[in-house]
Design a protein around this ligand. Structure first.
Ligand code: C5P
Length: 222
């Protein structure tokens, strides 16, 4: 039988990262943070002075990027050519640039196999924008998370503050709204629920409440 996958898609700041980590931990499954791959590509491109419009150079880079993830679920660390880059990847400018290079279909195609390679026994939790629609269309459980832009901006701001990054709520909100726009409008793999996704609005919900809904769906599915 195919290795089980649960996809968690949704807009920025909706809590996918936290929920995916907790689920991967409790199930003992692997974790794919696909946003970190797009962010790492953005970071590497910026370091080398490659523009987010230079599709050819970005595709070359996407194919060869010496990216490694260490650890699973609990504490995943991201390394580029052996250098830890977790912290720099969280910068809002990197998220912004990631969403600008993510609009190019050849760039997305070049990252496809790299993402699918995370599917390993006993199972995978895949977090992103197109996990259920494009990367793992056969996933038995697809979840699409939503929450108001206000709520997502507050969550993202708290997360940044915890990480010692300074930002204002209005700046975070503007950045999230701009990324939502771009992620939804792009022609390939736009941010939208798969036809067979279960949609969960997490506005006003504590992490524990969302988790218990997800755990119920997991029991129904596997
Ligand atoms: O989830 P995260 O904020 O880390 O993602 C950064 C950007 O990477 C997103 O705004 C989106 O444009 C892009 N992305 C994507 N497809 C994914 C994951 C992220 O296009 N599966």
């Amino acid at each position: 039988a195919a290795i089980p996958v649960i996809t968690l898609d949704g807009p920025g700041g909706v809590g996918k990262g936290t929920l995916s980590r907790l689920l991967a931990q409790s199930l003992g499954w692997h974790l794919l943070d696909s946003g970190a791959i797009y962010r790492a590509l953005a970071y590497a491109a910026r370091e080398q002075g490659i523009s987010d419009q230079d599709i050819h150079a970005l595709v070359d880079m996407a194919r060869t990027l010496p990216l490694h993830f260490q650890g699973d679920a609990g504490q995943t660390r991201v390394f580029l050519a052996g250098e830890p880059i977790d912290e720099v990847l969280r910068q809002p400018e990197i998220g912004e640039m990631a969403s600008r290079l993510a609009v190019h279909p050849p760039v997305r195609a070049a990252l496809l196999e790299r993402q699918r390679a995370f599917r390993a026994a006993p199972g995978l939790i895949a977090d992103g924008r197109d996990m259920g629609t494009v990367v793992f269309p056969d996933a038995p459980l697809k979840v699409f998370l939503t929450a108001s832009v206000e709520e997502r901006a507050k969550r993202r701001l708290n997360q940044l503050n915890e990480q010692g990054v300074n930002a204002s709520l209005s700046a975070v909100k503007t950045e999230i709204a701009a990324r939502d726009e771009r992620d939804q409008r792009r022609s390939v793999a736009p941010l939208q629920p798969a036809g067979d996704a279960r949609i969960l609005d997490t506005s006003g919900q504590a992490v524990s409440e969302t988790l218990s809904v997800l755990n119920g769906w997991i029991k129904d599915t596997f």
